[in-house]
Design a protein around this ligand. Structure first.
Ligand SMILES: *Cc1c(COP(=O)(O)O)cnc(C)c1O
Length: 403
């Protein structure tokens, strides 16, 4: 019997990674997702689309991003060699643009006029507004009023890029209400608009599409690492919010003899609401149209979550992570707020790189792993740069305290 390569085998035609994934949707949305899936399979497998996306990545995004041996960091930890995949050097300063450009290119091939999305901290909103400007598409970003106050610079960026930022005043005025509001707006006009999901979550085909668009990170890194060192990395490490930067890196290595570590945010405690570690503490359940591991409260509702990195505080995780973890292919890593802040300063001072707080979680875990595996190599996905976080850190974790 011929066995298909992993990336062709998963998800299956119904969007399942084992028992995780799928599309749990009202009929009107299910038919739209089916149309998007068909268009994606057809268009994304055309030579024209592939060439166009490659051109964009090279000339607009500045890819390939380098990989880099973090010599001083590695030596100071005194263990494994730590390498960084520099997604912080991707245009707009994080990996998110990789899938936003892909989704926007698909939307424009499908003849859509408008991109719609929600945003929490504003990172997905900024990346999508960038993609919309590139393609000359309208862009509508739904954001809770609380987040709008908190994430002022990203709100300004979105507006400068020409996006229409819709302030959501319902409920807690944060991400969950923004999702509802964006969904409603999309449902009013599914023919001319495209809902651009910001991670490897949501109903099929989004976890597959976002993974495929992000896999450029892994395939580039694999080639670069072998070119640099002559062999594959022993360990791959990435932080996990929804899971897109991790899946992007891991996807090229699933069938290779490499350990994969998903680093979850352990926040400030093990109690529900104090962290966002969905694989570690979650239970199987359906959220936002897909089946995965979910952090739930006593009432069975998605629980409140917390991390110092706002890009990591999601009460679930991509279905493919849940699948790979249940099969023993994916190992769990973790870093709490304190470890992430220390790793942030370490990278600033030992390497001259100011990382995003999300990425600092991956670095923090890599530093722990390096001590356990002194004769191995670790490739970390440095998912983004930290410019967005510097005011917050300066105020709450001042540099003098971390000398
Ligand atoms: C949004 C974000 C993340 C978390 O999202 P994933 O989908 O889990 O990758 C991680 N790092 C940065 C820099 C981000 O902006």
């Amino acid at each position: 019997m011929q066995v298909k390569p992993y990336l062709r085998q998963f998800p299956d035609s119904e969007g399942y990674f084992g028992k995780f994934g799928g599309a749990y949707l009202p009929p009107e949305l299910a038919s739209e997702c089916k149309l998007i899936e068909e268009a994606y399979l057809k268009i994304a497998n055309s030579h024209d689309f592939i060439m166009k996306l490659r051109d964009i990545r090279k000339h607009f995004q500045g890819r390939p991003t380098p990989i880099y041996y973090a010599k001083r960091l590695s030596e100071s930890v005194g263990g494994a060699r730590i390498y960084l995949k520099r997604e912080d050097l991707n245009h707009t300063g994080a990996h998110k643009l990789n899938h936003c450009m892909g989704e926007a290119l698909l939307a424009s091939y499908m003849g859509k006029k408008k991109l719609i999305a929600e945003t929490g901290a504003g990172q997905h909103g900024v990346a999508l507004a960038t993609a919309a400007a590139y393609f000359g598409l309208e862009c509508e970003i739904h954001m809770g009023e609380v987040d709008i106050k908190k994430e002022h610079p990203n709100v300004i960026r979105m507006k400068m890029l020409g996006a229409n930022v819709i302030a959501v005043s319902a409920g807690q005025k944060t991400l969950k209400e923004a999702v509802d509001s964006a969904f409603d707006a999309y449902l009013k006009d599914p023919k001319t608009s495209f809902y651009a999901i910001g991670s490897v979550v949501g109903p099929h085909p989004f976890p597959m599409m976002v993974r495929d668009f992000q896999s450029v990170v892994g395939f580039e890194a694999k080639e670069q690492f072998v070119q640099m060192t002559g062999i594959l990395p022993d360990n791959l490490v990435a932080c996990v919010g929804g899971g897109s930067n991790a899946m992007g890196l891991f996807s090229a290595f699933i069938e290779e003899p490499c350990e994969l570590y998903a680093v979850e945010p352990l926040g400030r405690g093990t109690k529900l609401g104090e962290h966002a570690a969905s694989l570690k503490y979650g239970v199987e359940g359906i959220i936002h149209g897909f089946n995965s591991m979910v952090l739930v409260d006593e009432a069975g509702e998605p629980s409140k979550v917390y991390s110092v990195a706002s890009g990591l505080d999601y009460p679930s995780v991509g279905p493919e992570h849940a699948h790979l973890h249940s099969r023993g292919r994916l190992r769990l890593g973790g870093a709490d707020d304190d470890e992430a802040i220390r790793a942030f300063y370490k990278l600033c001072r030992f390497e001259g790189i100011i990382p995003a707080l999300e990425s600092a979680h991956a670095v923090a875990f890599a530093m722990k792993l390096a001590k356990e595996k002194p004769y191995e190599s670790i490739l970390v996905n440095l998912s983004g740069r930290g410019d967005k976080d510097i005011d917050f850190i300066y105020e709450n974790y001042p540099p003098e305290k971390f000398a």
